[in-house]
Design a protein around this ligand. Structure first.
Ligand code: 5AD
Ligand code: SF4
Length: 483
């Protein structure tokens, strides 16, 4: 699973035969080029975190209900949307470049509307409309229901803007249209927003306050996906461990461990993953629930950000090095076969060389199978931008990041080498990118496994695979089937 993506995803609307559920099937059967001439076409690109990709599926659902159909060809689109990310400056730069490209399409096809959705819409609001004359719609993450109205405003020649952040909106009743689907794995958004206020992060400002989605609607969505042939769901939230939903009738509350259990019970053949966990909130109850269900994957994305307690304090992560190490020890104690991954920021304000060394030693200690690694990028309006000086020289940040990447590569390779000779239950996701003769899939630990295809097996099937060779990114093996 790609957690962050600063690159375009223009092949977003690839169809998949497995999506056979009423409207979903309808939405995709025409992709191939035969579009209904009576309908308007929309084209959508997504950037950033999995949550953004999941949001684009909600947007697609709303547009479908309003007479639009998706196209993967922006040249014929009546509506071009870009779902944006603000987390780092680089992500915003990429979006600006894409807007220039869309402007060219617009010139060739007058009347085409261009809309900016998501975090950048929220952060830059009117500025986007004033500076970027090419934008007709600016729609924040909580305003997607308003899209049809905003589109007609824009069609009348005005700008359609809604960046109102809600305390309640969870889009619980909207059944997402599975864009870019392989028909096997899907995201389910379980909460929105974030209340944590990590000092470097724009998310609390762009996505607003934390709110959890109705448990029943989550279980219903998982059940529907399973019935449509999907075999893996990833429960998404900025901080899933603080999931909390109160049943308005019984007043009973459901926490994340209970939600996990409810989704795990949908069917033993449905795998459950989740992201992202916050080290301060992940409870022993969550860990024991994971251990109790074979279909809850033994993989936790547990971003450390820094391995040093002083820096963690400045980051307002509300845990220190010792707390984090205790959580890691507990995970391995309860689930010896669990894999952990992380997010790491190099060169946060005032970080010293010794403090950077603490981050390196944390990678070795935690045995991350993979990390998403970034240089610190100051974001306007965040507590860090207001309170601290971004004083680590860019060259130093880059060098520290390089050291982190090199060490993580070595640890990833070592954790993969330890898998040689083991047999894993792999969920087949499709053909390998490199060779049509091979399948790709993942094991419970979220490692990508490549192996020669076997007759009678198809995407969505589970298969035992013996690992023979590895790289730092992939396990290579052979299916263990008794003929
Ligand atoms: N600079 C660099 N990385 C950041 N992240 C969030 N904000 C920033 C920033 N200002 C990283 C964190 C977070 C991930 C989603 O992006 O590591 O976990
Ligand atoms: Fe940002 Fe921290 Fe919330 Fe993650 S937990 S979205 S890093 S504020």
């Amino acid at each position: 699973m790609e957690l962050y993506n600063d690159n375009p995803t223009i092949d977003f609307l690839k169809s998949d035969k497995k999506i056979d559920e009423n409207r979903q099937g309808e939405a995709f059967k025409e992709i191939g080029e035969v579009l209904d001439p009576k309908k308007k076409n929309f084209y959508i690109e997504s950037y950033g975190c999995s949550m953004n990709f999941s949001d684009s599926e909600i947007v697609a659902s709303i547009l479908l209900d309003n007479g639009y159909q998706p196209t993967k060809n922006m040249e014929i689109a009546d509506l071009i949307l870009i779902n944006t990310c603000s987390i780092r400056e680089k992500a915003e730069d990429t979006v600006r470049k894409r807007l220039r490209i869309f402007d060219k399409v617009k010139k060739n096809r007058p009347g085409t509307l261009v809309g900016v959705l998501g975090c950048m819409a929220e952060r830059l609001k009117k500025k986007l409309l004033e500076q970027e004359k090419l934008v007709d719609l600016v729609v924040g993450p909580d305003a997607y229901r308003d899209l049809p109205k905003l589109i007609s405003t824009a069609e009348d020649g005005d700008k359609g803007v809604n960046v109102f952040l809600s305390r309640e909106e969870t889009y619980a009743d909207i059944s997402p249209i599975r864009l870019q689907s392989n028909g096997v794995t899907a995201f389910i958004s379980i909460m929105r927003g974030c209340d944590n206020m990590c000092s470097f992060c724009v998310v609390p400002f762009t996505r607003g306050r934390e709110r959890s989605r109705d448990t029943f609607s989550i279980v219903a969505e998982a059940t529907q996906l399973f019935n449509n042939g999907f075999r893996e769901v990833t429960l998404l939230g900025q901080n899933v461990d603080s999931y909390k939903w109160e049943n308005p009738e019984t007043k009973e509350t459901v926490n994340f461990a209970q939600l996990l259990e409810a989704v795990a019970k949908v069917n033993p053949l449905l795998r459950i993953r989740f992201s992202t966990s916050h080290p301060k909130d992940i409870t022993d109850e969550v860990l024991t629930t994971m251990a109790s269900y074979e279909n809850i994957c033994k993989y936790i994305h547990l971003p450390v950000q820094s391995g040093n307690s002083r820096v963690l304090g400045l980051m307002n992560r509300t845990y220190d090095r010792e707390w984090y190490m205790e959580r890691v020890n507990k995970i391995y104690e309860i689930m010896p076969d669990c894999a952990i991954s992380s997010d790491i920021i190099a060169g946060f304000c005032t970080e010293t060389e010794e403090e950077h060394q603490d981050t390196l030693s944390m990678i070795e200690f935690s045995r991350y199978i993979i990390s998403y690694m970034f240089v610190y990028s100051e974001r306007p309006g965040t507590p860090a931008a207001k309170k601290y000086k971004d004083d680590v020289p860019h060259e130093t940040k880059k060098r520290r990041l390089h050291e982190i990447i090199m060490l993580q590569g070595k640890v990833s390779l070592e954790t993969n080498q330890a898998d040689i000779g083991k047999t894993f239950k792999v969920l087949i996701e499709g053909s390998s990118k490199r060779s049509d003769a091979d399948f790709k899939g993942r094991n419970s630990q979220n490692k990508m496994v490549i192996f020669p295809k076997v007759d009678g097996y198809k995407p969505g099937d589970y298969i035992p695979v013996l690992i023979k060779k590895v790289t730092s990114a992939t396990l290579l093996g052979e299916a263990q089937i008794n003929e």
